[in-house]
Design a protein around this ligand. Structure first.
Ligand SMILES: Nc1nc2c(c(=O)[nH]1)N[C@H]1C(S)=C(S)[C@@H](COP(=O)(O)O)O[C@H]1N2
Ligand SMILES: [Mo]
Length: 169
């Protein structure tokens, strides 16, 4: 009797997994086990938040078409708004130190994220950003929409290979 139930359960599991495309199945498995892509520390709820890909994708999606100083022509970036992220973690800060995998770090005033639709991008032209490119996460300003953003003072805030935001008072 119990052996038969076991066989039935195994059969159901095979059927439900088979309903997913190979691609979705791989994405699902990866997301489940993936460690945090973005670490947020400092003036946030609980003092720290670690967000994996699944948590980042749960934020309202935002898209931005712009040229950059390091690529040719215009590109479509997908991600989420920096202000949505900071509100999600209940930020109380006025500055964030954005830290990259290559140890590059820069302080950015939080006011930037309210004056402009600055996004944290995880894909460019429909392709996920990876570490050998500017990924996994890249701070992207709506450079083409605002002349004042076409300035070196803003260029250095476009942190690529972003992995940590330290929220400062
Ligand atoms: N991770 C990371 N992001 C970075 C930098 C960097 O060295 N590392 N340089 C910054 C600076 S100074 C500028 S002007 C822009 C463009 O830099 P790049 O031409 O070196 O890509 O990216 C910014 N983001
Ligand atoms: Mo720079």
């Amino acid at each position: 009797m119990w052996a038969k139930v076991g066989v039935l359960f195994t059969a159901l599991m095979v059927v439900s997994t088979a309903a997913l495309s190979a691609q979705d199945r791989a994405a699902h498995e990866k997301t489940k086990h993936e460690k945090a892509l973005l670490q947020i520390t400092g003036q946030v709820a609980g003092g720290e938040a670690n967000l994996n890909r699944e948590a980042l994708y749960a934020l309202p999606p935002a898209e931005l078409v712009t040229s950059t100083v390091v690529t040719d022509g215009q590109h479509t970036f997908s991600g989420f708004l920096m202000r949505d992220l900071l509100e999600q973690v209940e930020s109380q800060g006025n500055f964030v130190t954005a830290v990259a995998l290559n140890d590059y770090a820069v302080d950015i005033p939080v006011s930037d994220f309210y004056h402009f639709d600055v996004i944290v991008a995880y894909s460019m032209d429909g392709k996920l950003l990876n570490r050998s490119g500017k990924g996994p996460l890249w701070i992207v300003y709506p450079r083409d929409d605002h002349e004042e953003l076409q300035d070196i003072r803003y260029d250095y805030r476009w942190v690529w290979q972003l992995y940590q935001l330290d929220v400062l008072p």
